[in-house]
Every structure is written in structure tokens, then in C-alpha cells.
Design a protein around this ligand. Sequence first.
Ligand SMILES: [Zn+2]
Ligand SMILES: [Zn+2]
Length: 317
Amino acid sequence: VIGWSARGGGLRRESRPSPRAGGGEALLRTRLSGICGTDLEILRGYLAFGGILGHEFVAEVVDCPERPELEGRRAVGEINAGCGTCSHCRGGDPRHCPGRSVLGILGRDGCHAESFLLPAVNLIPLPDGLDDESAVFAEPVAAALEVLEQLPGLAGEEVLVLGDGRLGRVLARVLRQAGVAVSLLGREREGDPRPAGAGVELLTDPEATRERFRVAVEATGRPEGFVAALDALRPRGTLVLKSTYEGGAPLPMARVVVDEIRVLGSRCGRMEPAVEALAEGRIAVRDLIDAVHPLEEAPAAFERAARPGTFKVLLRP
Ligand SMILES: [Zn+2]
Ligand SMILES: [Zn+2]
């Protein structure tokens, strides 16, 4: 099977024997995969991961001895694969298992490939009415829903999302459908008619955000975003951090202390509510797709995804 790795520092085409199902693992045939900011960061050296990239997918279940009823069906999946025996895993949540592997990110080949493996327990079958192009957003939608799980009772609250990129747009829409009054701080996108999302206020001037919010979600991917989030927060506000600043960054921690800001790290969310929200049409995402490239043309697709102003680029084997 053909796949694309980050081995040796650049995007690299790999040709390998097909993986085999068994031992809890299901064999999946990729229908569509999404290029994520994390993929681009890994290519720049983040996490030193050298396997096949990709963790956002819709796939057909080909071989699944543990759950044969899924064979032939379309599915998405939880990307964290736990050890199954630690306290996190026994509690039903492998996202913080110390022995976990993560699809296309940590110790496990990903989905920018013709086929790949994922534990059968991780699979979530898709309802027939949900198209591939929407379902491939399940992982970023889940990551956005995680904020609502971490901060229940946000409905009615004014929240600022910083970063008008892939994740920022999804975050704004997910929070909006939960009844949050969302403002999105981003760039003016000349010639791009795509709205930020129904009911989402798009701000382009950071001055307009100053000390206005009790909650700010930082998804710019840049350390400057952390400072802009502090500027936007009232004292005792909450800064939800989605960005992973590669290589660390000098941050103004004195301001965190003086203003008694709560900093809340936020990563992966649960996939099942994400699939539900997409299937029910509560979150619309298809307009965020900029291009769909054949898997063979991954270098052009990654180049496109890295261009400023691009939301989502997909690969299709
Ligand atoms: Zn992602
Ligand atoms: Zn575990």
C-alpha cells in the first residue's frame, strides 16, 4: 500500500505490504483523509514522528474480526489507542493513557495511505445520511466539542476564538451551535466569500477585543496568539489553549499570575458526539474544503494546505 510519511524531515512516499487485521486491530481502507495543522507541524519536526501521517479520515472497514458487523461499513475512529489495562483505559478514556499510541502522530501509522489499522473498539460507524466530506471533519469537531466538555455552562457566555484557520473556524461554529455568543478574531480574507459561520462575529482588529471576554480559546498556533488572548481576557478569565507551540515559546506568565488567569490545555475530544452533531446538520463544515487531491498528489496537497488562508485540503486514494 502507498502512504506518506515524514521520515527524514520531508514528505516521503512509502510503499509497504498491506497491514493485517487481528489482535484487536481492524483493517481500514481509506476513502478520504484530511490534512491537519498537526501534520504540517510534524513535517517541521514536531514530536519527531517518522511514520505515515494522518489522523482525520473516513474509511471503509475491510477486516474486523472483533466487530464483524462493521465490515463493509463506513467509519471514523477515535485516534488514541490505549493499552487497555491502565486506570485511564479501564475508565473508558484512553486519551491520557501513558502507553497510548496516536494515529499518525505517536507510535502508529496514520491514514494518509490506501489502508491502515486502528483498534476495532475505536471505530464509530457512520449513518448513511452523513456524507464523507462532512464526516472527515469528525476529529476537529470532536476537538472543538472538548472545550464544551471541559467548560460546561458556556451557553450564553461571550467567548473569543483566536485564529481564523482550520480549527478556529470549526471551534467558532461548534461553540455557536451550543448557544455561545462567539466572536472570531482573524484576518480579513480578501475575495473569500465564506462566512465565519452563522451568528459568529468576525473581528479583525485586536483592539476591539481588549478585556472584553471571560473566556478566550487560543487556536492561532502562534505564541503571539497567547498574548492576544491575555489582552482580550478580563481578570480571572479562562484561556483555553488549543495551540501547541512547537519548540516552546517565551510567554508572559507574570500577566497570568497578576490577572489570575486560568490556563486550560485542551486537546482531543470524543468522536461520537461529533458524528452526531454532523449527522444532525447542527454543524456545517463542507464549505471549509478548499481542495481534494488524489493521494498520489500528496506533496501538492500539503503545499496547498500550508498556504496562508487555506482551511482544509483532503486526500482521496
Ligand atoms: Zn487534526
Ligand atoms: Zn492505558
